[in-house]
Structure formats: structure tokens, C-alpha cells
Design a protein. Structure first.
Length: 267
């Protein structure tokens, strides 16, 4: 007799496997027709026991009872496996979502921000919304595992996270928010890690802007960027914020124009 899908899902959950494909479930129900399996999947989906990971994807997440209210298991249980199968290339959780994994979250984040090589539609899994941002040469950028008891996924290093936040400050809340997050991330960053990120990212404008922000905050990491820029001198002076207007002054070390009201930290 073909085992009930609900029992199969229970067995998979007990084994700690919360991500599964339609083909894998079909293999575990060898006596079921494709139509019968499809109906069983839809029943479990309506009951909240299963959630489809993306529109058109034959991948599912099993929702444990403890996470029934959120409609999905934690990201750590399925994100890496899902992206490895669908993106079929490098990825990393970045920007404010990466900062949050390092315990830096001055503002509540409502989405998980993931960096991928090619454009993808946003997706919603239960209450979790995932948005994708593209970047070239991801495989060269420094990442690390974010490990939890539930599983793991790749995140940008603290140093790459700072560069990315400056690079995309317009979509993460602007200069004020970015500066606040960077100030907290510096406690988790190192000069060696920053040199690795600078070389891998090879993004002069972001390096200039990050250096200027760190200098204003009185961080010694500003010296690391200044030394790197001395070997890769920028060809032009840029605004700290794209489209900057109003009274400005020039940071001659990083060749950045900044608002005059911004003053270096005296701490």
C-alpha cells in the first residue's frame, strides 16, 4: 500500500529534511499516479503543511508545527538547497539581511535580500519575502556560512556587506541608515578582511565612499581603504551620495564631496 503523503512528510521532518522536490516525493510514493500525487500535494499545501518555494518550481518546504503561524520553516532549512538547485551558481544573502545575521539590525527588515548573478523574480514563502539583486563576478566575492541549529546559508562578509551597502544605499534607506549600520559592522570587520573585499569587489566609487564614511566615524579601517586607494588612485572626485546638492566640502583623502554638516567623530 502506498504510504500517505502526510506520513512521508512527518518522516522527512523527523530526519531534519525540510526541503524536498516533487520528484523526490514521487519516488517515496511509487504506487501513486502523477495526478494522485498532485492532488495530495495540493491538500497538504492547503493545510499549511507544505509551501511551494517559487512559482513554477517543483520544490517544496515542509512547515513544522512550530512554524505554522509564519507559514514556512526558517530560511536556514531550505534557502541554500533551493538556490543551489535553481540559480545553479553562486549567491549570497547580503545588504541589510547580511547585517542582521551579524546582529546589526537598527531597523526591522521586512525582506531577505539575496545577491545572484542574473535577475530573478521576488518570491514569498509563508510570511517571508525574498528579493533578488544582481551582481557580476559573485564567485570572486568573499562570503561565509551563517550557521544556526536549523541549517545554514551563505552571507557576505562584514567587510563586503559594508561595501555593498554603500554601493546600493539608495535601496536600503539612504546615507543615514547605511552609516548607522556600518558603524556597528566595523566591530565585526578586520583590516585583512577589508583588503580582501576591496580587491575582490574592485569598486573604486564604493571604496571611496566607504572610506569617507569610516573617516567621519573615526574608524581605523579608513586607513586601510586609504592605503588601498593609494595603490589604485581614483580618477575623479565623486559625491558621497549620488545627486548630492547643497553646501558641500571635499574629502581630499578619498576624493569625495560630502555635505558640510557632516563632521568627523570626536570619539
Amino acid at each position: 500500500m502506498t504510504q500517505r503523503l502526510s506520513n512521508i512528510l512527518d518522516d522527512l521532518e523527523r530526519a531534519g529534511r525540510l526541503s524536498v522536490t516533487t520528484a523526490q516525493l514521487a519516488a517515496l510514493k511509487p504506487g501513486a499516479s502523477a495526478d494522485a500525487l498532485r492532488q495530495a500535494l495540493h491538500r497538504q499545501q492547503r493545510r499549511g503543511r507544505l509551501v511551494r518555494l517559487a512559482r513554477g518550481a517543483n520544490q517544496w518546504a515542509i512547515v513544522p508545527l512550530a512554524h505554522a503561524a509564519s507559514g514556512a520553516p526558517p530560511l536556514e532549512t531550505w534557502l541554500h538547497r533551493f538556490l543551489s538547485a535553481t540559480v545553479k551558481g553562486p549567491y549570497y544573502v547580503g545588504l541589510l539581511s547580511a547585517a542582521e545575521t551579524y546582529g546589526v539590525s537598527p531597523y526591522a527588515t521586512t525582506v531577505t535580500q539575496v545577491i545572484v548573478p542574473a535577475q530573478r523574480r521576488p518570491m514569498r514563502v509563508g510570511r517571508e519575502r525574498i528579493v533578488f539583486h544582481t551582481r557580476a563576478h559573485i564567485e570572486e566575492l568573499p562570503t561565509r556560512w551563517h550557521e544556526t541549529p536549523d541549517g545554514r546559508f551563505l552571507v557576505s562578509t562584514p567587510e563586503l556587506t559594508m561595501l555593498d551597502l554603500v554601493r546600493r544605499q539608495g535601496i536600503v534607506g539612504g546615507l543615514s541608515r547605511v552609516s548607522e549600520v556600518i558603524a556597528e559592522l566595523t566591530a565585526r570587520a578586520t583590516a585583512d578582511g577589508l583588503r580582501v573585499a576591496l580587491k575582490a569587489a574592485d569598486d573604486l566609487p564604493s571604496a571611496q565612499r566607504l572610506g569617507a564614511i569610516l573617516a567621519l566615524q573615526g574608524s581605523p579601517l579608513a586607513d586601510t581603504i586609504a592605503a588601498w586607494l593609494a595603490k589604485h588612485p581614483p580618477q575623479r572626485t565623486i559625491p558621497l551620495v549620488p545627486g548630492l546638492t547643497g553646501p558641500i566640502e571635499k574629502d581630499n583623502v578619498f576624493r569625495v564631496l560630502r555635505p558640510t554638516q557632516l563632521q568627523p567623530s570626536r570619539a
